[in-house]
Design a protein around this ligand. Structure first.
Ligand SMILES: *Cc1c(COP(=O)(O)O)cnc(C)c1O
Length: 328
């Protein structure tokens, strides 16, 4: 349907290995929200162009010009600063103007579009290559057919009024999958920025596997460091746990309890699930994951495997304590 894709590498902390895989395909650009990741990918020889997804911080404007080819923006003061550094470096910097469609994260109110377009057109070294929107992330607002039609209509007005060639109209992120399935006519939307769906093969709205994609691309392996039969219910006076919460535990008698050498510091335990259905997570502290195993005792040194969701992936890929092994 003529939609270009910018695969997003922030979920894998700008992994050079994964970015190199992406750049073998026909993509618009590689997207990341951290300039450090873009810099690292670029220096490691990943082919761009690179799109900075998070609006630049004012104090990184010069580095944005040096490392990123395109940035998403919603503040005039930042865009002007980008223009100054672009001029200094003799570069033309491409921007996508983000428009607020209701999720209330980044974006200018649609009533300000004219004012922004006029001001941007006065800058010599900034090229407005498109408009975009971001939904779902903060308030769960769904990218519906109506929302996308609205963005499309803004693009149409801009094109007509200013005779500018908006190269991209960037509808959103992985949450646009259902929209892309349902919609008959995409209008002027011709670009999406996709992280989660490509990396994990899932639709973030339905939480279902996307047909044709793999949903077992990442497996977490953690080693058993203690395995014992212990009571399920703690004994003594219960106060607060390591994270300031009062644990409540059901008494199921003696169970097989094992400790794994990974914890909250490295992952979000709500986003990881043991592949072996007989193993259940009981809890985690900063550096220990505690599981029970039903009908079998784990052995010390044994590896337990987990499926991971996006929120767990983010932490795991950032953690220096987690070894990353790439298998092709
Ligand atoms: C993170 C991010 C994306 C990618 O989101 P996914 O849900 O992983 O597809 C796209 N656009 C922006 C602005 C982002 O911050």
């Amino acid at each position: 349907m003529g939609i270009q894709i910018t695969p997003v590498t922030k979920g894998v902390c700008g992994s050079v290995e994964i970015a190199k895989l992406f750049s073998k395909h026909e993509i618009h650009s590689i997207g990341d929200s951290h300039l450090q990741n873009i810099q690292r990918m670029k220096e490691a020889g990943v082919e761009g162009p690179f799109m900075l997804l998070r609006s630049p911080m004012l104090n990184e404007a010069e580095s944005v010009i040096i490392y990123a080819d395109i940035s998403l923006n919603s503040e005039m003061v930042v865009i002007k600063s980008l223009d100054q550094f672009a001029t200094r470096h003799g570069k033309i910097h491409d921007i996508v103007l983000m428009i607020e469609l209701g999720d209330l994260r980044e974006g200018i109110p649609s009533t300000h579009i004219d004012e922004y377009i006029k001001q941007i057109s006065l800058l010599n070294n900034i090229r407005l290559i498109g408009i975009g929107s971001n939904l779902i992330c903060l308030n769960g607002i769904k990218p519906t057919i109506e929302k996308m039609e609205l963005l499309s209509s803004f693009a149409k007005k801009i094109k007509e009024k200013y005779a500018t060639n908006l190269k991209i109209v960037s509808g959103g992120n992985s949450a646009n999958f259902q929209w892309a399935q349902e919609v008959e006519e995409v209008g002027l939307i011709n670009h999406l920025r996709i992280g989660e769906s490509i990396l994990l093969g899932t639709d973030p709205i339905s939480r279902m596997k996307i047909t044709g994609l793999m949903d077992d691309t990442f497996v977490l392996e953690a080693m058993v460091i203690e395995s014992k039969q212990k009571p399920s219910k703690p004994s003594g006076i219960i106060t607060f746990d390591a994270f300031g919460e009062v644990p409540s535990v059901k008494d199921e008698g003696e169970i097989n309890r094992s400790l794994l050498a990974i914890g909250q510091q490295d992952l979000d335990i709500k986003g990881c699930n043991p592949i072996d259905r007989k193993i259940k997570i009981l809890g985690a502290t900063s550096d220990h994951l505690v599981v029970k195993s039903v009908g079998k005792k784990l052995t010390v040194g044994e590896i337990v495997e987990f499926r991971i969701a996006y929120r767990a992936l983010l932490h795991l890929m950032i953690s220096p304590y987690v070894k990353k092994k790439y298998i092709s």
